[in-house]
Write a protein of this length. Structure first.
Length: 256
C-alpha cells in the first residue's frame, strides 16, 4: 500500500548481513527503500545483489564495528553523501552468550554491553544527527505541520519482559533492557525534528518451542510487517511493539 511505501528513502541497518537484520533489509527493500548494511560480518555470497535487482533499489554493505564512534560517524557521513540522506535506522546488531549470571566474566560483560547497548546508541546518534541535518535544510513549518524526517528502530528482547528457562542470558537481557531505556527519551528529544523512535522485540527466535503459544519459534519473515509499520508510520513514537508469538502473555511450563 502507498502508506507503507518507502520509495526513495535510505535505510541504515546494523547487523543486516544475515538473519533478522537481513530480513529487515528485505522488508524495506520490498517497500522501495534503498538499503545500507553496517556489519562486521560478510553477507552471504550474492544475497545483496539479488535483493537489489529484485526490488530495483540501491544497496551497499559496509564493514563497520558499531562500537567505534569514529567508524560509525564516518560511515554514516559516507552514506549521506552517496545516498543523499538517512531516513530509517534499524539497530539489529547484537551478541548473546548462554552462561550463568554467577560466572559471567568481565570480558563477556563488556563485549555484550558494547555490542548491544553502546553500538545501538552510537549508530542511532549518528543517524539522528544525519536526520537533523536534513531537517535543517527544509523550511521550518509550525510544529504540528512538521514533516516526518526519519525513524529510528531499536531491537530489544522479549526476555526484558519475561524470563526464559531456555537460556541463561542475564547479561544479554540487562543489555537489552538498557536499549529499551533509550526509546522514550530519544523520542522526546527528537520529536521536534520530525524523527520517530520505536522499539520492537523479535527475540522469539531465541526461545524454545514450548514457550510460544503457537508451539514453534518465529521465522525472520514474520518480523517484516512490524518493521515496515514502524519505519513508515507517521503517528507512532516512543512505543514498545512485542512480536513474540505470545511468549510474554502466558505462564508457560518449560522442561527442566
Amino acid at each position: 500500500m502507498d502508506q507503507f511505501s518507502l520509495k526513495g528513502n535510505t535505510a541504515v541497518i546494523t547487523g543486516g548481513a544475515r538473519g533478522l537484520g537481513f530480513a529487515f533489509a528485505e522488508a524495506l527493500a520490498e517497500a522501495g527503500a534503498n538499503i545500507t548494511i553496517l556489519d562486521i560480518g560478510t553477507p552471504q555470497l550474492g544475497s545483496l545483489q539479488t535483493l537489489a535487482m529484485k526490488h530495483s533499489v540501491k544497496l551497499e554493505a559496509y564493514k563497520v564495528d558499531v562500537t567505534s564512534r569514529e567508524q560509525v560517524n564516518q560511515v554514516v557521513e559516507t552514506i549521506e553523501k552517496e545516498f543523499g540522506s538517512v531516513d530509517v535506522n534499524i539497530n539489529a546488531a547484537g551478541v548473546v552468550t548462554d552462561e550463568p549470571f554467577l560466572t559471567t566474566s568481565d570480558k563477556d560483560l563488556s563485549s555484550i554491553f558494547n555490542a548491544n547497548f553502546v553500538g545501538s546508541f552510537l549508530v542511532a546518534q549518528a543517524c539522528a544527527n544525519a536526520m537533523v541535518r536534513k531537517w535543517e535544510k527544509i523550511d521550518k513549518p509550525k510544529p504540528q505541520d512538521a514533516p516526518l524526517i526519519g525513524s529510528i528502530i531499536l531491537i530489544s528482547s522479549v526476555a526484558t519482559h519475561i524470563s526464559t528457562m531456555a537460556q541463561q542470558i542475564s547479561c544479554y537481557t540487562v543489555s537489552k533492557a538498557a536499549v529499551r531505556g533509550l526509546v522514550k527519551p530519544f523520542a522526546m528529544e527528537l520529536a521536534q525534528y520530525g524523527i520517530r523512535v520505536e522499539k520492537t522485540f523479535p527475540d522469539l527466535l531465541k526461545q524454545f518451542n514450548q514457550e510460544s503459544m503457537f508451539g514453534r519459534v518465529g521465522e525472520p519473515d514474520e518480523l517484516k510487517p512490524a518493521i515496515l509499520y514502524l519505519a513508515a508510520s507517521t503517528w507512532t513514537t516512543g512505543q514498545d511493539l512485542l512480536v513474540d508469538g505470545g511468549v510474554s502473555s502466558w505462564k508457560h511450563r518449560g522442561n527442566w
